[in-house]
Design a protein around this ligand. Structure first.
Ligand code: CP
Length: 315
């Protein structure tokens, strides 16, 4: 759908809007570049000059801790100038349209926009609107996609498991509202993972999911059995008009990742979570803080992955 605007004629990345249809080669190029950037974080001087003199605007219309902050750190490590627009105090409240706001920021000579928005097509709309030479990164679009999260999930899995072929990966929880689940599935498919299982309450697993080439399970314990990677997702209550589970206690009992459930996975399974975690709901504290959890490593890897994406965008 967005191939035409996110990929240049020569196959390079112009914008990052979705992982849907992104080739395994391009994904691997991003992950390899992120690998090269990883050690920058261990240096005393955590800087590279790749985006020196460029202006990166963070536009977060939805709340964020990890994505907004790691994009800012990534841009600064690449020596860019970063502007974090406070949407709550911006002139959006005076009736300015999204595209009029973008035109004004373009007039301030922005080079890159990092956009999180509840509307699935907001980043695409901006990408179609801006002049050539300005790059858009989708930092989370509604329930639709969160491409840099998918990439950092893939980076984390590759870091710990080395090879994607033969992996059994399970995603548990509120799949219906999860842009993370969709982006993770797209990237894992591109990297050749065959066995992706999803499980959650019937109300939170869309029937259309099997069209993405994943196996939909009804029973959580069967889904976890033998898995190499377990991703657990929070209930995204902010996207529900009415509660779609009987209670959080019941959700935890039926789908929460407890130590006992995790014991059904491969003994060396890793546990991923995009954050924010809700302890005692989708994940038990002893799992979140346990030896198999790589949740905080995901956050650190996210800096290198976002540096890779920002430095790869070109006309
Ligand atoms: N994973 C993620 O998108 O977290 P934030 O909402 O804190 O950015």
């Amino acid at each position: 759908m967005t191939d035409d605007i996110q990929i240049n004629d020569g196959g390079t990345l112009r914008h990052l809007l979705t992982l849907e249809n992104l080739s395994g080669e391009l994904v691997s190029e991003i992950l390899d570049r992120a690998q090269n950037f990883l050690s920058i974080g261990d240096r005393k001087t955590k800087k590279l000059p790749l985006l020196r003199g460029r202006s990166v605007f963070n536009l977060f219309f939805e709340n964020s801790t990890r994505t907004r902050t790691t994009f800012e750190i990534a841009a600064k490590r690449l020596s860019a100038d970063v502007v974090n627009l406070n949407i709550a105090t911006s002139s959006q409240s005076k009736g300015e349209s999204l595209l009029d706001m973008i035109d004004n920021l373009v007039a301030m000579q922005a080079d890159m926009f990092v956009v999180r928005h509840a509307q699935s097509d907001a980043a695409n709309m901006i990408a179609r609107h801006v002049p050539k030479g300005i790059h858009i990164i989708n930092a989370g679009a509604g329930s639709h996609s969160h491409p840099t999260q998918g990439l950092l999930d893939a980076f984390t899995i590759r870091h710990f498991k080395k090879d994607f072929t033969g992996l059994k990966i399970v995603i548990i929880g509120d799949i219906l509202h999860s842009r993370v689940a969709r982006s993770q599935i797209h990237v894992l498919k591109a990297l050749g993972v065959h066995e992706i299982r999803v499980v959650g309450p019937e109300t939170l697993v869309p029937e259309s999911l099997s069209e993405m080439g994943v196996s939909v399970y009804n029973d959580v314990d069967s889904a976890i059995k033998g898995a190499d990677v377990v991703t657990t997702l929070r209930l995204q209550n902010e996207r529900m008009e009415v509660s779609l589970v009987p209670s959080v206690q019941q959700f935890h009992k039926d789908y929460g990742l407890t130590k006992e459930r995790l014991a059904l996975a491969h003994p060396e399974a890793i546990v991923l979570h995009p954050g924010p975690i809700n302890r005692g709901v989708e994940i038990a504290s002893e799992v979140a803080d346990g030896p198999q959890a790589v949740i905080l490593r995901q956050v650190t890897f996210g800096i290198a992955v976002r540096m890779a994406v920002m430095s790869l965008l070109q006309d």
